[in-house]
Design a protein around this ligand. Structure first.
Ligand SMILES: NC(=[NH2+])NCCC[C@H](N)C(=O)O
Length: 325
C-alpha cells in the first residue's frame, strides 16, 4: 500500500527544512531580496514611468497631480534617477506597465511613485491597499513585478485596511514605524503589525501630520539609531518617544527647499549616505553635521509636479548590511 511511498509520507518523504525567511535569504526558490533595516546598503530598486496617455487622462487634480505632467520630461527625470542608481551600483528593475483601466480610468497614473506600491520585508513584499480611488489597482503592477523577479508576497493588505508603502520604515530589524493618516488607517496598521510581529518586530505607531501624504514625508532613517525628521510639524510626544528609544533625531526645519523642492524626500543608499534631489543644499548641510554624505544629486523638475520626489519614486526591493564601497 501507499504508506511506504514518499508520496504518502513514508520513509522517503523529506519535509521542507527551515523557515521561509531562510529560504529567501538562501536564494534558489525565491529571489534573495529583503529589507530589515532602512539604512542598510540599497541593492535593488523598482522604478517606473507611466504611459503618456495616462498622464493626461484627466485634469491634474483629478489625477492627484499638482500640474499637468509631460511624459518626455518625466521620462528624463526617471532616466536621471535610474542613472544615479546605476552609478551607485544599485540594480534598477522596471515596474510593469499598468493593466488596462478596470473600474478606474486613472489606474497607473501615479505608479511612478513606486515607493507606495510595496513594503519590502525579509519574508517578501507586502502588497498595499492604496488609499485613494485614483490609485486603486496599481497594486497589480507590484504583483506582476514580484512574479517576474521571484519575490514572494508576504501578504496583501485587505479587509477594511488601507496602507501605502511610504507609511512604513524599518527603524531597526525589530522595530517598524508606521504612519497613520489619510493613506494608512488603523486596520492597515494592524495588518502591518501582524506581519512585523510574525517576523519578530514590533510596531511603533506614529501620526502623519495634516497636509503630509506619508510618514516618509516627515521621517527618514539614516543609520542605526540615526533619524531625520521634520520635527516642527510633528507630534512632540512622538519625537520625545523616538529619542527615548535611543534614536538621535536630526531636526529638519521647514523651508522653501523642503516644501517646494522636496529636499527631505531623499533616499538612504547606505548608512549615512543619501541620494538627494537638486536644490537641497541647506538640508544636505544639516545632515552632513551628523556625518551623512550626499553621494549624488538628481534633477527632478517634472516628477515634483506629480506631488512626489525621488524617495516616493523609488520602490525599495532589497538592502544588505554594509557600506557603499
Ligand atoms: N510616497 C509619496 N509621497 N508618494 C507621492 C505620491 C504622489 C501621488 N500623486 C499621490 O497622491 O499618491
Amino acid at each position: 500500500m501507499g504508506v511506504t511511498a514518499a508520496a504518502y509520507h513514508g520513509p522517503g518523504w523529506r519535509a521542507r527544512p527551515g523557515r521561509h525567511e531562510d529560504d529567501i535569504a538562501a536564494g534558489g526558490n525565491w529571489a534573495p531580496f529583503g529589507v530589515s533595516r532602512d539604512f542598510d546598503r540599497l541593492t535593488d530598486v523598482a522604478l517606473h514611468c507611466p504611459p503618456a496617455a495616462l498622464l493626461t487622462a484627466g485634469e491634474p487634480d483629478a489625477l492627484q497631480h499638482l500640474e499637468r505632467l509631460d511624459h518626455t520630461a518625466l521620462r528624463r527625470d526617471m532616466d536621471a534617477l535610474a542613472e544615479a542608481y546605476g552609478t551607485l551600483g544599485v540594480t534598477v528593475h522596471t515596474l510593469p506597465a499598468p493593466e488596462p483601466p478596470g473600474s478606474n480610468p486613472y489606474r497607473g497614473a501615479n505608479a511612478m511613485y513606486a515607493r507606495d506600491l510595496l513594503w519590502m520585508t525579509r519574508a517578501g513584499a507586502v502588497i498595499p491597499r492604496m488609499a485613494s480611488a485614483v490609485r486603486a489597482g496599481e497594486e497589480l503592477q507590484t504583483l506582476r513585478l514580484c512574479a517576474r523577479l521571484g519575490i514572494p508576497v508576504a501578504r496583501t493588505v485587505g479587509a477594511d485596511g488601507v496602507f501605502e508603502g511610504a507609511d512604513a520604515h524599518w527603524l531597526r530589524s525589530d522595530l517598524v514605524a508606521v504612519g497613520l493618516g489619510a493613506r494608512t488607517n488603523e486596520s492597515g496598521a494592524r495588518q502591518i503589525a501582524d506581519e512585523a510581529g510574525q517576523q519578530g518586530a514590533r510596531l511603533l505607531r506614529l501620526s502623519v501630520p495634516t497636509g503630509v501624504q506619508h510618514l516618509l514625508g516627515v521621517l527618514q532613517v539614516l543609520d542605526a539609531d540615526l533619524l531625520a525628521a521634520r520635527t516642527s510639524i510633528m507630534d512632540q510626544a512622538e519625537i520625545r518617544h523616538l529619542r527615548e528609544l535611543g534614536f538621535t533625531v536630526v531636526d529638519i526645519p521647514e523651508s522653501e527647499e523642503v516644501s517646494t523642492h522636496l529636499a527631505f524626500n531623499f533616499v538612504t543608499v547606505a548608512p549615512r549616505a543619501v541620494l538627494m534631489p537638486t536644490g537641497s543644499r541647506a538640508t544636505a548641510d544639516l545632515l552632513s553635521r551628523h556625518g551623512v554624505e550626499c553621494v549624488a544629486r538628481v534633477p527632478i523638475p517634472e516628477l515634483t509636479k506629480g506631488a512626489g520626489g525621488i524617495a516616493c519614486a523609488t520602490g525599495i526591493l532589497a538592502r544588505t548590511p554594509g557600506g557603499l564601497r
